[in-house]
Design a binder for this molecule. Structure first.
Ligand code: SF4
Length: 304
């Protein structure tokens, strides 16, 4: 549940009250800000002021340059780029890699239009996750802006009022929602499962990271089926963390199959340490289980 690619550079983060934050957002919207990303993902914005891992051209002009760094192993490259971009405009380097707390969400700024974050942080303390460290140890609900790809760290941990407002916002969107940020199985209730079903989502990601997630995952599978979701359909997916110290292919495969049996389509997520390193030999295994077509074929054989 730890995939957040949005940030506010520190000096642009303004105030903690909604009024001052909104003022800051208005200033940002008026400025010409070139955003430089180290790599491109599905969420990376694609407007004219976005650059991917590149040096400035002769024609680049801006009021500020923001270099957005998601992963710690990209910090060195970001700082190299900053040395070149500083000749265009003042540079701010920031992002999740720097363990910076995110501010209010600005649509389209560091994530493509459609992506939205309505809350940040998580009250849990999973050992492999940088969210609590980065966002502080308390979840914060943000002003809700329109979008349909929800990337909150832990949406279901928000208040009932906030979740209902997010669902109301989603009903107004022309596209069906995608819950990409991660839904905590333990927090799912029958009422929430029914509401999710009414929203007709394209996809929802749950997580099976540690042994303690297993029982709640089985329960969540039952609630989702009771609400109307089909078993093992690609709408209800589950990220399964693999390849951490002490893990083996056999153990990882067992968890992936357990997620399937609980009614979810399993997708592997390979553990990386602070430097982005993974345990040897896990990449191929991970690839098989992260592409849904390949994983689908493995699961079909398993069913026979
Ligand atoms: S539940 Fe665990 S993995 Fe998910 S955001 Fe919270 S701390 Fe991170």
């Amino acid at each position: 549940m730890d995939i957040v690619i949005d940030f506010f550079p520190p000096s642009v983060t303004v105030g903690s009250t909604p009024a001052t934050a909104q003022f800051g957002i208005r200033i940002m919207k008026k400025m010409k800000i070139i955003r430089v990303f180290i790599s491109k993902t599905n969420a990376t914005p694609n407007d004219d002021l976005v650059r991917i891992n590149t040096l400035p051209s002769l024609f680049d002009e801006a009021d500020e340059i923001h270099i957005s760094v998601t992963f710690t192993w990209d910090i060195a490259r970001a700082e190299q780029l900053a040395e070149h971009w500083k000749f265009v405009a003042p540079v701010k380097v920031g992002g999740p890699a720097y363990n910076e707390k995110g501010g209010d969400f600005v649509a389209g700024m560091y994530m493509k239009n459609g992506y939205v974050i309505t809350s940040r942080g998580c009250n849990n303390r999973c050992w492999f996750c940088s969210v609590p460290q980065r966002e502080g140890y308390e979840l914060r609900e943000l002003p809700i802006v329109d979008g349909y790809i929800i990337t909150d760290d832990n949406l279901l941990a928000c208040s009932e009022k906030h979740i209902n407002s997010v669902f109301e916002m989603l009903k107004r969107q022309p596209q069906r929602p995608q819950f990409n940020g991660g839904l905590e199985a333990k927090l799912l209730t029958q009422e929430l499962a029914n509401k999710l079903y009414e929203l007709k989502p394209v996809s929802m990601f749950f997580a099976y990271d540690t042994v303690s997630d297993y029982e709640p995952l089985i329960q969540a599978g039952k609630l989702l089926r009771e609400a109307g979701f089909k078993k093992n359909h690609k709408i209800t997916r589950c990220y399964v963390l693999i390849g951490y110290q002490g893990d083996t292919f056999a153990k990882a495969e067992k968890r992936l199959l357990q997620a399937w049996e609980a009614g979810f389509f399993p997708m592997s997520m390979l553990y990386r340490d602070q430097e982005g390193k993974t345990l040897k030999d896990w990449k191929l295994f991970q690839r098989q289980w992260s592409y849904s077509t390949v994983a689908g074929a493995i699961l079909k054989n398993y069913e026979k």
